[in-house]
Design a protein around this ligand. Structure first.
Ligand SMILES: C[S@@+](CC[C@H](N)C(=O)[O-])C[C@H]1O[C@@H](n2cnc3c(N)ncnc32)[C@H](O)[C@@H]1O
Length: 385
């Protein structure tokens, strides 16, 4: 076992903030009409449940969600799979202490072994699967099997959140070797559902000494390719990619790929991702304040709020410009059909920013659409003036 499970690394704060934001609306919405209000969460690389400093990991968090939502009523069932025996013991202790009234199972094994039976047991029930390995994730055909699981009435909600670690670089490094470890490259082929990623990488970084920017572009292209492959082979309706950087100017430490069978999932997850990112920026501001002159909590928080307001204004401007350009084509449109007008801010900005942007375009006389009171702005028809 490594240091990872002792304290929560800052990068982990984001994935947990997003999971925390999303698990509740997912269970609330999908469990409303499901049989017995059941909702299933599979945590495929579960970890110890809590870090050694007591902070919540995904295990403790999902158990808490199950307890919190029991009275809604939502019957959240948690299935944890963890292959490291020592870590399983810790997870079991957490679950015994915190999951007394929760339906949960813990498997001391490999996720690939248990996934088929877990999918079978969730037949017909909404399912959210979280795949958060330290290294490479299960092969793409296994991820696709989640979407091809036994159906049931009404094609129940099926979603995955995958932590694609930036190990892509390590594997891509072998592409320049005269004697590559073919077995490792093939493992990566399996994860990506083919060897297409090799060419995608080499297109952006033809030589070993490519610049840092080129490597980042290559990594991004492989992750985007992965999301496309997943959508193609799993019949997924849509996906989001969230890149997790310690700071805007640093390279991503991992990418979160979310995929869903239903467009509603895209909209709700986008909102949760935006809130999770905000929570993460707040956390980073707090951490950096500990190393600087800001003495009191109020001081760093005021400064962080100022920075948030600057970001908010920039995003509204970017989105308003995108909408204005699209409207210039003379046709009404919906954001869900033209996410490119968001200028890459899908999953980063959220409803409140979209509303302000449409309002700005309305005030500029470029649209007749007033977003006031509209709940689903992704599906609002934005009409040219
Ligand atoms: C990044 S940690 C999980 C953190 C946890 N999901 C969280 O968010 O708090 C990854 C865990 O996956 C476990 N693991 C690695 N390979 C596995 C496999 N094939 N099947 C199940 N668990 C595995 C590791 O032992 C490790 O505890």
């Amino acid at each position: 076992m490594n240091n990872f499970h002792k304290t929560k690394k800052s990068a982990a704060v984001l994935k947990h903030a997003i999971l925390d934001q999303y698990a509740t609306p997912f269970a609330s919405k999908t469990g409303r009409w499901s049989t017995g209000n059941r909702v299933v969460f599979i945590d495929g690389y579960a970890g110890p449940g809590r870090y050694e400093d007591g902070e919540e990991g995904s295990g403790a968090m999902l158990l808490r969600k199950a307890r919190e939502m029991a009275h809604f009523p939502r019957r959240i069932e948690c299935h944890f799979v963890e292959s490291d025996p020592e870590t399983v013991d810790r997870l079991k202790a957490v679950a015994t202490a915190e999951g007394a009234d929760v339906d949960y199972t813990i498997y001391d094994d490999d996720i690939s072994t248990h996934l088929p039976e877990l999918l079978q047991s969730a037949e017909g029930i909404p399912l959210f699967t979280y795949l958060d390995p330290c290294g490479l994730v299960i092969p793409l055909d296994e991820v696709a099997s989640i979407f091809q699981r036994p159906g049931g009435y009404g094609s129940p909600a099926t979603e995955v959140l995958i932590n694609l670690t930036a190990h892509v670089r390590r594997f891509a490094g072998m592409l320049y070797s005269a004697t590559p470890m073919e077995g490792s490259l093939q493992r990566m082929d399996g994860v990506c559902g083919g060897d297409w990623w090799r060419e995608t990488w080499l297109e952006k970084c033809p030589t070993k000494d490519a610049s840092e920017d080129d490597k980042m572009a290559a990594e991004q292209a492989v992750v985007e390719g992965y999301a496309r492959e997943l959508c193609k082979c799993a019949g997924v309706a849509g996906s989001w990619i969230i890149d997790v950087r310690p700071r805007a100017d640093l390279k991503p430490v991992y990418y979160l790929v979310f995929a869903t069978r239903h467009m509603d999932g895209m909209v709700t997850f986008g909102e949760s991702a935006s809130l999770g990112l905000q929570r993460w920026r707040e956390y980073l501001a707090e951490v950096s304040a500990q190393d600087t002159l800001f003495g009191s909590a109020a001081e760093w928080k005021d400064e962080w709020k100022k920075q948030e307001n600057v970001l908010k204004a920039q995003w509204i401007e970017t989105i308003a410009n995108g909408i204005t350009e699209e409207l210039a084509k003379g046709e009404p449109f919906r954001l869900i059909e033209r996410p490119s007008v968001l200028g890459g801010l899908g999953g980063v900005a959220r409803t409140l920013h979209f509303r302000a942007a449409i309002k700005k375009v309305l005030l500029a006389g470029k649209t007749t659409t007033d977003p006031k009171g509209a709940e689903d702005l992704w599906n609002l028809s934005i009409r040219p003036a």
